[in-house]
Design a protein around this ligand. Structure first.
Ligand code: NAD
Length: 268
């Protein structure tokens, strides 16, 4: 990474009073959670047109339940086993220096585990069970996810049927007088999670610096947030080893290396 760019970004950070950090799958890559669109990303094996929306998942579950079991396992297992990496920790520590709000597209709860307090989960959370109206029902924890992972591994040892598949989801899916309850994750064609999305749009209105970390900015409308910030003339710093999507100060590199360096440079 270019030293002058790091210094430019550090100077922007030092002056900022209200920082919004906007994160995507890349921030959790070094916690062992695969991204979706990179070379080793999940969409390679599980195409989004079949697996990224509820209708497609239901159709797959009827026609090829084993593929859905493999997909859910590929999503769940890394998240169930992940711990925050130095990028999540650096963002949590940044709140000791200035006002910080995290807007994340991730569903992995790692910002909260690292200690961040104000987190908007605009694509929901794997750990929050909601009913069909979106009302909170209960929280899941890592042991709940790990037990489901164990069930799915066991299931894949035999011939998978839709009934066996549904049975292995019973700890996260439920049916009650309030309808079907399920994790609050936002799939393609779903509305964004509320109130988080409305709050995130407000955050984009008041921040005086945005740091964008580990997103390919392909998912609409979340990807419009940095554009809104730029339109107000507010600076954007972008941390990504692959490319940068916005008119920003680009710090080229992995989040778990670059974010701690940025904090050390801003607050020596
Ligand atoms: P994406 O898969 O489209 O893009 C990942 C981005 O991260 C790429 O730009 C890549 O260059 C970058 N990246 C890879 N390794 C990195 C690293 N070590 N440090 C910094 N950046 C790195 O992800 P997206 O833009 O977030 O969109 C995919 C959607 O799926 C989002 O809703 C996303 O949050 C969700 N998703 C969530 C998780 C999770 O909860 N951890 C994991 C996969 C996908």
């Amino acid at each position: 990474m270019e030293i002058t760019r790091l210094q430019e970004a550090a100077s922007l950070l030092r002056q900022a009073k209200k920082v919004t950090v906007f994160t995507g799958a890349g921030i959790s890559a070094e916690s062992g959670i695969p991204t979706f669109r990179d070379d080793a990303g999940l969409w390679r094996e599980f195409p989004p047109e079949r697996f990224a929306h509820w209708k497609g998942l239901m159709q797959e579950a009827w026609s090829d339940p084993a593929s859905v079991a493999r997909f859910i396992l590929a999503v769940l297992e890394p998240i169930a086993k992940a711990v925050p990496n130095p990028a999540h920790t650096a963002i949590a520590h940044l709140a000791e220096k200035t006002t910080v709000t995290v807007i994340t597209q991730n569903v992995d709860n790692l910002h909260q585990e690292a200690g961040s307090q104000r987190v908007r989960e605009v694509h929901g959370s794997l750990f929050k069970i909601v009913d069909s109206r979106g009302t909170f029902v209960r929280r899941l924890n890592k042991p709940d996810l790990l037990s489901m992972v164990a069930h799915l591994h066991e299931l894949l040892q035999s011939k998978v049927t839709i009934f066996k598949l549904l049975r292995s989801f019973r700890s996260i899916l439920g049916l009650s007088w309030r309808g079907i309850s399920r994790p609050s994750i936002v799939l393609f064609h779903d509305d964004l999670a509320q109130p988080d999305w409305s709050q995130a749009m407000e955050d984009a209105q008041w921040c005086d610096l945005m740091i964008v970390v580990g997103t390919s900015a392909q998912v609409f409308p979340a990807c419009t947030l940095p554009v809104r910030v730029k339109m107000r003339g507010v600076p954007v710093i972008e941390i990504n080893p692959g490319s940068h999507e916005f008119d920003s100060v680009w710090l080229e590199g992995k989040a778990a290396e670059v974010l701690p360096q940025l904090l050390s440079a801003a607050y020596p």
